[in-house]
Design a binder for this molecule. Structure first.
Ligand code: SF4
Length: 348
């Protein structure tokens, strides 16, 4: 199979031009066609000489994300289910906010992390996406928004998969997204979310970027976290917190802790107190996420009053906490739900 053209950073495209006897600036022209003009074929790249266009056509392919379905919610959320060249399916979501359009991308087909409240992990990990397959999700979303002169203003890497287990592809994707000659998405408007893959957290701390880091913490201690997130047995709670402290010392950038509230499991006042004592004096923010109902699990939703009480306890302890506004509730927008349904219908 030919490699995807979106797999390459600008510098790699320039290198390819050099190796193929072309002037380096052709790499910039190609990058511009891909990310600024956003064409979908080499044929349309009219300022490239015809023989070069033919050569590109013979050596590379555009990522083919075939749209299986698209759901549009009343609140403007758009959820895509894309088919890949090998018949796998992935989800991508566009969320509308007052401050702009945010896109949630997927980095793996399925996931092996096994969080007990998540539908994405039900069939395990199928494979990593390439950098180009991640990039293409944003390009396709942007092409949709082009019709109304809107743009993707922020990106969250919170779709299916663990980005830090597909580290190199994720970083290549990020380099392309933030490039000022391409989509030019502000680094501070991008958030990568991990379940706490400790070695990659240390690596990310050294990357010298301004991209935000979010940690799925979901419990205030080691025992409960292991029950909710099997990955905690590989990378224990204390090690994750230590890696967070290292990241903070190294970058000075605030960390977001994602905390899925699950009725009667991790949402009691004592959990909030314990979490507050772990996070005290850390530069951080807690994002509380009332769990979406995953039919395969028996979790119930935290009552509304308790959600606010949990938030109040954190704030009383000087920890900034927000409750994630639900979007696309009417279209199964939670991570992995659409794909799970699709898998059911195709496997009978
Ligand atoms: S929440 Fe994220 S890391 Fe956990 S199983 Fe789902 S996709 Fe994987």
């Amino acid at each position: 199979m030919k490699p995807f053209i979106y797999d390459y950073t600008l510098e790699q495209l320039q290198d390819w031009m050099k190796e193929n006897g072309e002037p380096v600036f052709r790499g910039g022209q190609l990058f511009d066609w891909l990310y600024v003009k956003r064409v979908t074929s080499f044929e349309e790249m009219t300022n490239l000489p015809k023989p070069l266009r033919e050569k590109l056509f013979n050596e590379f392919q555009f990522v083919t994300l075939s749209e299986i379905t698209r759901f549009e919610s009343k609140d403007g959320t758009v959820k895509f289910l894309f088919g890949l060249h090998d018949n796998h399916a992935i989800e991508t979501v566009i969320m509308r906010h007052s401050y702009g359009n945010s896109i949630c991308v997927t980095t793996q087909v399925g996931c092996r992390i096994g969080c007990t409240f998540c539908a994405s992990t039900l069939g395990g990990l199928k494979r990593n996406l390439t950098a180009g397959e991640i990039t293409a999700q944003v390009v396709v979303a942007q092409q949709m928004l082009d019709a109304t002169n809107e743009r993707v203003s922020s990106i969250v890497i919170m779709g299916s998969g663990e980005p830090f287990e597909n580290y190199d592809a994720t970083m290549t994707f990020l380099r392309t997204m933030i490039h000022e000659k391409g989509l030019n998405i502000g680094q501070r408007h991008i958030t990568v979310s991990t379940s706490g893959i400790v070695p990659s957290m240390y690596k990310f701390a050294e990357e010298n970027t301004q991209i935000n880091l979010a940690i799925s913490i979901h419990a205030p201690n080691d025992v409960l976290r292991s029950k909710l997130m099997p990955v905690n047995r590989r990378f224990p709670f204390e090690d994750v917190i230590e890696a967070c402290r290292y990241y903070l010392a190294k970058t000075g950038r605030r960390i977001t802790f994602e905390y899925a509230l699950i009725g009667g499991v991790n949402d009691q006042n004592e959990h909030a107190e314990e979490l507050a004592s772990v996070l005290k004096d850390m530069l951080c923010h807690v994002n509380l996420i009332p769990v979406n109902h995953v039919p395969e699990r028996r979790y119930v939703r935290t009552p509304r009053d308790q959600i606010f009480e949990f938030q109040r306890i954190l704030e009383r302890n000087n920890i900034n906490a927000t409750i994630r506004r639900e979007q696309g509730h009417d279209i199964a927008a939670a991570c992995g739900q659409l794909r799970a349904k699709h898998m059911e219908s195709t496997t009978g």
